[in-house]
Design a protein around this ligand. Structure first.
Ligand SMILES: [Zn+2]
Length: 156
């Protein structure tokens, strides 16, 4: 069993997560990560995951803007359908921390499930900053940090 987790994501998708967080600032954004588990670039890879598409979730509540990340049952169903339509799986969830570091809060821990990757992007003064990823351990008490692998920017 690998105890080192890696989440592969293209620079474009990583930037889109940051942009989503900038758009919803000072509120949190959130969405699903669609891709493949246990594989990278078509090869088997223990502990490896690849994000191939995003599924942004919208704030459906009119009364109070979504300012805390909690995935609802409807979100899960919608994300799973979007993934199926593309031949992918829901491998995790992303959300932003407006003016806070990219570390899981107690609220995050209490509302997370094991297995999934949880990407957090810090948005400082409206600008995307650090991005981290975490997997909740099976005991649901601690997270294991997951390395995010983003290819270097291609020169234009
Ligand atoms: Zn959070």
């Amino acid at each position: 069993m690998a105890n080192e987790f890696e989440l592969h994501i293209s620079r474009e998708l990583a930037e889109r997560i940051g942009q989503h967080g900038a758009e919803t600032f000072p509120h949190e954004c959130c969405g699903a990560l669609l891709g493949r588990d246990g594989m990278f670039a078509g090869q088997d890879g223990d502990g490896q995951r690849e994000v191939l598409e995003l599924f942004p979730l919208v704030n459906r509540r009119d009364d109070s803007p979504r300012n805390r990340f909690a995935v609802t049952a409807e979100d899960v169903l919608a994300a799973e359908k979007a993934a199926r339509d593309r031949g992918l799986d829901v491998i995790g969830w992303y959300h932003s921390h407006p003016d806070h570091p990219a570390r899981p809060s107690l609220f995050d821990r209490d509302h997370a499930w094991p297995w999934y990757s949880y990407v957090i992007v810090s948005v400082m003064s409206g600008k995307p900053a650090d991005m981290t990823s975490w997997r909740l351990n099976d005991d649901r008490q601690e997270y294991t940090a997951e390395r995010i692998e983003v290819p270097k920017r291609a020169t234009v």
